[in-house]
Design a protein around this ligand. Structure first.
Ligand code: ADP
Length: 762
């Protein structure tokens, strides 16, 4: 232990020697050089090899510094031996740098070349560290000289020097040849500087550190210093003339090696001379496996076709671009490729080979097949659906249209495709024109969306064909990118509409036909009632009464049916005049007093004092009030109450009237359907009440025609509250009003012009 510590201490036992500073200066300079080059870019192969070369100078110069500072021979010998790791590698590294510099660094990717370059160096290092053959390790043989220490030359030292100088000479030879061929002036100067830089240590260093010691001539060993001169010169050359650009030859080789396309070169005999590594990824062959074999290996059965169709063209001097071929992969499967090729000619214009590029298109082809299948599926669907479908571009021109739409509109495909739809097809709703171009969204859509939807639009085509359709226009998010403005689907509802009209015609006709005999029946019955009142027995009289009641109910049904058919056709007219609402209500309520008394229901009317005159069709609005009042009394049991109240809402310019009963109420689930045609709350029929389910439907239509709303609140078992609003008569209307009879001015509402707002609150 003590011995080891003692010997370690001896190794760092230093004394000052000014010559050591020179070696140290070399160490520092080379460190700076490394820093400089790294900062210029250590990714470039040339730079990297140069950095390695200069790195080797670091242990060499540092060990030389320490050896010169050493006090004892042991220490001097130790540091000299350490330094071998530096100098033994300088020239193989420099040769690698040279190869990279002249664009031949692809040879360095071969293990054999690397081994040839570096294994001898490793061998000399091994000898140097373990034997006395390359370097004398016996301390006693070292003696002091003015610059440091001197040792006898080892027996195989000359071999190491010869090997290293040999590599340097090769480098210089390569650089000189490169220099001779160069045209670029900058590059020439740069190369010349590098040659000069390397000559300095080769000539100077070999003499001072090699030749002279071998010849037993004592001289200051300057190799480290001179090699440092080399590194400075080369660094200057590189920075000054911007060597830090990628060598084009290197770039091309890199591209060829890394590209995904197969690059293939074959000679006139069809023998493959070169393929790039992509052949492995695309076809699964090893590069080495293909080189030397015949090209037909890649074609098998298709070879004849390829040679006749393409090789001939090539040998005639033409190029092939974008030919779609199937190549045979290593596993025997076919790979679709896109193939382009041209011939290689020598300086005399004689063709000596072909270079081709094959791009793998199997993914694209698979994708294409998928897309085609999808498109076919979609086409078949669109073709076969009964709805009309058409697509328009951003100008409103028809891009595509399905057979159903053609049939519907009465066009042939050539009549309409490519033409502006608005010129050929006129759409309208209640006589208001609707333009197809308005369905095209003018903003970028976030998602696919329905832009327009309307039922029962009237369509008139160029050929005067008229039909009714439910129309939906949708747009897709990618519309703008693919020029698809909107997709329009048309559902032909002309038949339904016709049927509906026929139904209405029938109902109205039947109702009309029933009305006359019914009136007669009721008339005779009432006469009969009066005439035979006393003469008939009580029971027979009650038959007569029942017959009269039933005929009245039938008459009411007939009237309701007539009203419905008028509403549906838009034939119901409202002749609105200013009316005193309070007195009208009083009059209507008084009609129901006998019934309420009979049923034992408390009927009351409450109108606020400020009720202004209202603008209503007296006959029609009376129908509404009577209907609501009739229902309230009908669905309320004895002992209950029915209250009518009315108040003015100045803000809305309307009078609201509410009928509140304490009857059976309406289940919440029925409320949304209450104002629809023929709707009756289920279970009511079983309870024996007679009704048609038309009263509320008609009432709503009439209120809406007046520009008002009707709605209901109800709690099952507690009662219902029906409310509706009607407009007040405006000032000019009032000025013209006659004091007793508000018959002027008249305003005619047409159902169609009134917004059909349904407001049903639960
Ligand atoms: P109906 O001729 O059957 O009375 P309506 O359209 O007037 O036809 O009314 C539709 C249904 O609404 C009725 O059948 C009844 O079930 C329910 N209804 C209407 N008014 C009331 C009310 N005041 N109380 C309870 N149910 C009512």
């Amino acid at each position: 232990m003590t011995n080891l510590t003692a010997s370690l201490l001896e190794l760092v036992n230093f004394t000052f020697n000014p010559y050591a500073l020179l070696s140290y200066l070399a160490f520092v300079t080379n460190s700076v050089v490394i820093y400089l080059i790294i900062s210029k870019g250590s990714k470039d192969t040339i730079n990297r090899w140069f950095i390695f070369t200069v790195l080797a100078l670091l242990p060499w110069s540092l060990s030389e510094t320490l050896s010169r500072l050493s006090v004892t021979t042991t220490a001097a010998g130790f540091w000299e031996t350490v330094g071998i790791i530096g100098w033994v590698f300088v020239s193989p590294l420099f040769l690698s740098f040279t190869l990279a510099y002249i664009g031949k660094d692809n040879v360095l990717s071969k293990f054999s070349t690397l081994a040839l370059l570096f294994l001898p160096a490793v061998f000399f290092l091994f000898l140097g560290w373990t034997t006395d053959l390359v370097n004398v390790n016996t301390p006693s043989s070292y003696h002091r000289v003015f610059w440091g220490w001197e040792s006898p030359t080892a027996p195989l030292f000359w071999l190491a020097i010869a090997w290293l100088d040999f590599l340097f000479v090769i480098s210089i030879g390569l650089l000189a040849r490169y220099w001779l061929r160069l045209k670029n002036k900058k590059r020439r100067t740069q190369t010349a500087l590098i040659i000069f830089g390397v000559l300095v240590p080769v000539v100077g260093g070999s003499i001072t550190n090699g030749l002279l010691p071998i010849l037993h001539i004592q001289i200051f060993q300057a190799a480290v210093m001179l090699t440092t001169v080399m590194s400075i010169t080369i660094t200057y050359a590189m920075i000054r003339y911007k060597l830090f650009v990628i060598n084009p030859a290197t770039a091309v080789i890199n591209i060829v090696d890394t590209m995904h396309e197969i690059l293939i070169v074959f000679n006139l005999d069809g023998i493959i001379e070169f393929v790039n590594p992509a052949v492995k990824d695309v076809l699964g062959y090893e590069k080495e496996d293909l080189v030397g074999s015949h090209l037909n290996r890649l074609f098998k059965g298709n070879w004849q076709l390829f040679s006749e169709k393409y090789l001939k063209t090539l040998y005639e001097g033409q190029t092939i671009t974008g030919a779609e071929l199937d190549l045979i992969a290593a596993d025997g499967t076919k790979k679709p490729v896109n193939f382009s090729a041209s011939v290689l000619k020598d300086s005399n214009g004689v063709i000596y080979g072909v270079v081709g590029v094959a791009t793998d298109i199997s993914k694209i082809r698979a994708l294409f097949t998928d897309i085609t299948a999808e498109r076919n599926k979609l086409n078949t669907t669109i073709e076969s659906i009964a709805d009309g479908v058409l697509a328009i571009d951003f100008e409103g021109n028809v891009i595509t249209i399905n057979p159903a739409a053609l049939k519907m509109l009465g066009f042939s495909e050539s009549d309409i495709v490519g033409k502006n739809i608005d010129n050929l097809v006129k759409a309208s709703e209640d006589d208001k024109s609707i333009w197809f171009k308005d369905f095209i969204p003018h903003r970028k859509l976030e998602s696919d969306e329905i832009v327009y939807q309307k039922d029962n639009l009237k369509i008139i085509t160029d050929y005067n064909k008229q039909l009714y359709v439910n129309l939906t226009a949708s747009a897709i998010r990618e519309g703008e990118d693919v020029g698809l403005g909107a997709i329009i689907t048309l559902n032909d509802v002309s038949k339904e509409k016709e049927l509906e009209e026929m139904k209405l015609d029938f109902v109205s006709m039947a109702a009309h036909e029933l009305r006359t005999p019914l009136t007669a029946i009721r008339g005779y019955l009432s006469v009969l009632q009066e005439e035979v009142k006393k003469s008939l027995p009580k029971e027979q009289r009650s038959f007569l009464d029942k017959a009269f009641i039933s005929s009245s109910q039938l008459a009411a049904l007939v009237e309701n049916l007539l009203s419905v058919s008028r509403i549906e056709r838009g034939a119901m007219k409202i002749e609105a005049v200013a009316q005193n609402w309070k007195s009208l209500l009083q009059e209507l309520v008084s009609n129901y007093v006998p019934l309420s008394k009979e049923k034992g229901i408390n009927l009351s009317l409450n109108c606020s004092a400020d009720l202004p005159p209202v603008l209503v069709d007296k006959f029609r609005i009376s129908e509404v009030v009577s209907n609501l009042l009739g229902n309230a009394l009908n669905y309320t049991k004895a002992g209950g109450s029915v209250e009518i109240s009315s108040q003015y809402d100045p803000k809305a310019g309307k009078v609201a009237t509410t009928l509140t009963d304490t009857g059976q109420g309406i289940p919440a689930s029925a409320l949304p359907h209450l104002f629809t045609k023929f709707f009756r709350v289920s279970g009511v029929l079983e309870q024996g009440s007679k009704g048609t389910g038309l009263g509320l439907y008609i009432s709503k239509a009439i209120v809406n025609m007046h520009g008002g709303d009707i709605w209901v609140d109800s709690t099952l078992g507690k009662g219902s509250r029906f409310s509706f609003t009607i407009p007040v008569a405006t000032r000019p209307a009032l000025d013209k009003e006659t004091p007793n009879n508000y018959s002027k001015p008249k305003r005619t509402f047409n159902r169609k012009k009134v917004k059909l707002a349904v407001e049903v609150s639960g």
